[in-house]
Design a protein around this ligand. Sequence first.
Ligand SMILES: [Ca+2]
Ligand SMILES: [Ca+2]
Length: 94
Amino acid sequence: MRSDTDGDWLVSRAEFDAARLGRDPEITDTDAAFDTFDVNRNQLIEVDELESLLRTCPGLTDESAESLLAVADSDGDGYLSRGEFAALLARLAE
Ligand SMILES: [Ca+2]
Ligand SMILES: [Ca+2]
C-alpha cells in the first residue's frame, strides 16, 4: 500500500500538471515564453520580467505591467506562476 500511495502522488502530480497546462493548445509557446522571460529562473514572472515582455511585444496590450500583474495574479503572491502566466497570455491573445 505504501507504493500505491507513492504512485497516487505521482499520478496526481502528473494529472495536475496536465490539467493546468495541457488544456491550452498554445502551451508550448506559452511555456517557451515563460522560460524566455523568467530571466532569473525562479519559475515566477515578477513585474520587471513582465515589463520586459511588454517591451518586447508592444502591441500586446496597453495596460501597464503593474496592472496586468494585479489582474493575473490569481493567488495574490505578487508573482505570476507558470499557470497564471499562461492564463494571462491566453486572455491577451483573445
Ligand atoms: Ca523570475
Ligand atoms: Ca501568483
